[in-house]
Design a protein around this ligand. Structure first.
Ligand SMILES: Cc1ncc(COP(=O)(O)O)c(C=O)c1O
Length: 367
């Protein structure tokens, strides 16, 4: 696969002038990871979901759940959206509710970080805080109680709502697929010379010189790459991303391998029990209703410490300012990429959000 015009190859670009902020959701770029540990011959591309306007993958589902509720006539002007969330979904909903004019109530444990509360307040959302020791379960039961007492509240329910998975089938999956299949043919290097597609010699580049498609550091990088996506690695929170993207990729090419990532301290998908961890956004502690397990070839576990180390590494070595769960996904991706069977293949790893969202956490604690 050529690296030129890579992010533009979807054919669908963000508008240069958007009618409102929601039009800027989706069409996020892939970026190649360049400083891979020695011995890895698999090309790894990160899908940077922090290019969404609310800086996370959850903007996609927040918009689709709202649009779906409008289409079904459940959400009408004057109604108030309510959701138990302390994370990126809350921020995505708050951003879209501000743009569309819906009031929003977010129910969350009182232990939620101050920076998140401030962002949500800034978008005009209101909170109901529940006891910290009850965690998200406490927040969910408070929402259920509030719904019983009011017909003006609309609950979207990201863990059970099919509109979550749907938007990943329609957009995230399509963007990834088209990035590979819409791209120009792989340019072929023979002994450091660039050959065009029809085999005609074009120009002589030494293996260490800058060419029109970037710097090639060693002979090893000249090995032919697959021209399709072969592997997807994604963390599991609600399961919407992996189920939506995985189902489309598998339908188009059943040989594509799908790897799920969860915290090793809470290995529920791997058959273990739920536990506390620091990888926000994944490892909900139960098997989500919308997760399509048959999509997944293998579940990998990563510790919170490894996730943080890899997230820092991505900032230091690649200039990618991503969150902790991106570090977890990258750590798992490296484990897969080391396997012999994946030499010369292309892997896409989902990086769900922006590192700045974690300034008060351990991710930034040594700096
Ligand atoms: C911060 C964050 N948000 C969202 C997701 C996506 O999860 P899902 O689509 O499974 O809810 C992840 C997964 O890694 C994540 O880490």
């Amino acid at each position: 696969m050529s690296l030129t015009n890579f992010s533009n190859s979807t054919g669908v670009k963000k508008p240069l002038v958007a009618k409102n902020i929601t039009e800027l959701i989706g069409n996020t770029p892939l970026v190649k990871i360049n400083k891979l540990p020695p011995g890895i011959r698999c090309s790894i591309y990160a899908k940077l979901e922090y290019f969404n306007p609310g800086f996370s993958v959850k903007d996609r589902i927040a918009l689709n759940m709202i649009v779906d509720a409008e289409r079904r006539g459940i959400l009408t002007p004057g109604k108030t959206i309510i959701e138990p969330t302390s994370g990126n979904t809350g921020i995505g909903l708050a951003m879209i509710c501000a743009s569309k004019g819906y009031p929003l109530i977010l129910v969350m444990p009182e232990s939620m970080s101050i920076e998140r509360r401030k962002v949500l307040l800034h978008f005009g959302a209101r909170f109901v805080l529940t006891p910290g020791e009850q965690g998200m379960r406490g927040a969910i039961s408070r929402v259920q109680a509030m719904l019983k007492n009011s017909s003006e509240l609309v609950f979207l329910g990201q863990f059970t709502n099919p509109a979550n998975t749907e938007i990943h089938r329609l957009t995230t999956a399509e963007e990834i697929w088209q990035a590979f299949h819409g791209a120009p043919q792989e340019q072929v290097y023979v002994n450091g010379d660039l050959w065009s597609e029809d085999g005609v010699f074009e120009e002589n580049f030494g293996p260490h010189e800058v060419s029109s498609i970037g710097i090639r550091d060693s002979e090893e990088e000249l090995m032919p790459q697959s021209d399709t996506i072969d592997i997807l690695v994604a963390g599991v929170g609600t399961g919407g991303t992996i189920s939506g993207v995985g189902s489309i990729l598998k339908r188009r090419n059943e040989k594509i391998k799908i790897f799920a990532v969860e915290p090793s301290e809470s290995p529920v998908l791997s058959g273990g029990s739920a536990g506390a961890h620091n990888i926000q956004g994944i490892g909900a502690g139960f098997v989500p209703e919308i997760l399509q397990r048959d999509m997944i070839d293998e579940v990998l576990t990563v510790s919170s410490g490894e996730a943080i180390l890899h997230s820092r590494k991505l900032a230091l070595e690649e200039g990618i300012l991503c969150g902790i769960s991106s570090g977890a996904a990258y750590c798992a991706a490296l484990e897969v990429a080391r396997r012999r069977e994946f030499q010369g293949k292309n892997m896409v790893v989902i990086f769900p959000d922006l590192g700045e969202r974690y300034i008060s956490t351990e991710l930034f604690s040594i700096n």
